[in-house]
Design a protein around this ligand. Structure first.
Ligand SMILES: [Zn+2]
Length: 151
């Protein structure tokens, strides 16, 4: 709890949300922003390189092993675009962040919240396993103490 929990909605019964269309839109927009700025393109058209990379990503996203509840790609533990494409993808996503915030503030903030949500889920998972380890340690210690008292 604490910092991250402020940004998360209150706990509701499990609800499966399809995050893919929104994320696809976000990635497409980010690519457009990046390509327009760095490769002198405009409007719907992207340069061939960005078009190819974007197409690969869209296909891979539709086949994401996590399904529709997938985490967002730039926070994924095992991105499936391939090493080179993932690197290029992250470069585009990261370098366009500032620009995206100016041109598409709401979309960017939503994306930011989603990535914080992923970080938070990871944090909770880690905490859970840490707690388990601690509880194990504690009970082992208590058992030891009991044994000691018996003697
Ligand atoms: Zn481009």
């Amino acid at each position: 709890m604490g910092f991250f929990s402020r940004f998360l909605p209150k706990r509701k019964p499990v609800e499966i949300k399809n995050n893919v269309p929104k994320e696809k839109e976000n990635i497409k927009t980010t690519f457009a922003v990046y390509c327009h700025k760095n490769h002198n393109t405009s409007g719907e058209a992207l340069c061939p390189k960005c078009t190819a990379l974007l197409a690969t990503i869209m296909i891979k996203m539709s086949r994401c092993p996590y399904g529709i509840t997938k985490p967002i790609c730039d926070r994924c533990d095992r991105p499936c675009f391939g090493a080179k494409q993932t690197k290029e993808f992250l470069e585009i996503m990261n370098s366009s962040q500032k620009h995206m915030l100016l041109s598409h503030p709401i979309m960017t903030v939503k994306h930011k919240l989603a990535s914080m949500g992923v970080d938070y889920a990871k944090y909770q998972q880690q905490k859970k396993s840490d707690d388990k380890a601690k509880a194990k340690e504690k009970s082992a210690k208590e058992r030891k103490e009991k044994k000691g008292k018996k003697k």
